[in-house]
Design a protein around this ligand. Structure first.
Ligand code: ZN
Length: 317
């Protein structure tokens, strides 16, 4: 099928940099069964490195924009369409204001679903304020409790607002307008909270995104056993690039063209671990890797066919 080979992002980066004199680069990410023209294939993924701001370009009616917000050591991903918004995780306590400011600058007032992947502080600390300050309609959380003060704050904020918590099962599908996603994990009860992470796959047209929270190898193996479709163009790398996540088999099944790692520079966990980076960097995988500690906030827009990627910072070296 297709027969078109993916081309290394670096090669295209060099070419286009010379031509346009600005930080522009282009990557072909996939072949398509319905080849219309060579031009259509060339546009399957455009990566533009430039100063990304949340309020950059207006979102077209057929577009979904995914913001991997730089919240330091933690996760916070905003999925936005012209009419709807979904927030996956809310970062660490230190990044609370960053998150609130970012959501406002992106024009968010209402959020259809807040997904708290699991109750660790680096994923939920911004959420109580988000729930208090924004028009949140629904909350999705795994079936697990945690005895931290932050988790209790989150529950209190949810209760005060009169919101219902949805605890999804694998295979459950959710939609907020054109934002449609399916739950892939947790497949069962795990003792550790990371593996209880809710994993969702969002599909828009021919493009797919996988959001893994801090799911580790155990959960990845269960997802593989479950024979769910894991394939995604863009992978939010599990657990900040820890060596406990991103098993080879999982990567083989997802086959991402773009990987985004959410972590802080010089973090005490040493994320992302070099074992994970080695797997992602294997030439045959041909993955364009982005990290919030180096690239700042990463914004990916899809119209269902092509993917455009903006990074906040230009990488040094
Ligand atoms: Zn985490």
């Amino acid at each position: 099928m297709g027969g078109l080979k993916r081309i290394s992002p670096q090669i295209h980066f060099a070419n286009l940099f010379c031509v346009y004199g600005i930080m522009y680069f282009l990557v072909m990410i996939k072949t398509t069964k319905r080849i219309v023209s060579a031009a259509a294939l060339l546009l399957s993924l455009i990566i533009v490195t430039a100063a990304a701001t949340a309020d950059a370009a207006p979102i077209a009616a057929n577009e979904i924009r995914v913001h991997y917000i730089d919240v330091g050591q933690g996760d916070a991903v905003l999925i936005q369409s012209a009419r709807n918004a979904v927030l996956i995780d809310g970062g660490d306590a230190k990044a609370q204001q960053t998150l609130l400011d970012y959501l406002r600058s992106a024009g968010v007032t209402d959020i259809d679903y807040v997904i708290a992947t699991h109750p660790h502080a680096d994923h939920i600390s911004g959420l109580p304020k988000v729930i208090r300050q924004f028009g949140v309609k629904g909350v999705i959380m795994p079936d697990v409790v945690h005895t931290s003060g932050m988790f209790e704050k989150l529950l209190a904020a949810i209760e005060k607002k009169g919101l219902r918590i949805t605890t999804p099962k694998v295979g459950d599908a959710f939609a907020a307008g054109i934002i449609k996603f399916t739950v892939l994990a947790p497949t069962r009860k795990f003792k550790d909270l990371n593996n209880m992470s809710i994993v969702v796959r969002m599909v828009h047209g021919e493009t797919a995104f996988l959001f893994t929270g801090d799911a580790e190898g155990k959960s990845e193996r269960e997802m593989l056993k479950n024979r769910q479709t894991l394939r995604a163009d863009v992978l939010k790398v599990g657990h900040h690039g820890s060596r406990t996540s991103t098993t080879n088999d999982f990567l083989d099944a997802v086959k991402p063209s773009v990987a985004v790692i959410s972590c802080a520079g010089g973090n005490s966990y040493d994320h992302p671990h070099k074992e994970t980076m080695e797997k992602l960097r294997k030439p045959e995988r041909n993955i364009a890797i982005f990290q919030t500690d180096k690239d700042g906030t990463v914004i990916i827009t899809t119209d269902g066919r092509k993917i455009t990627l903006l990074t906040e910072k230009k990488r040094k070296g």
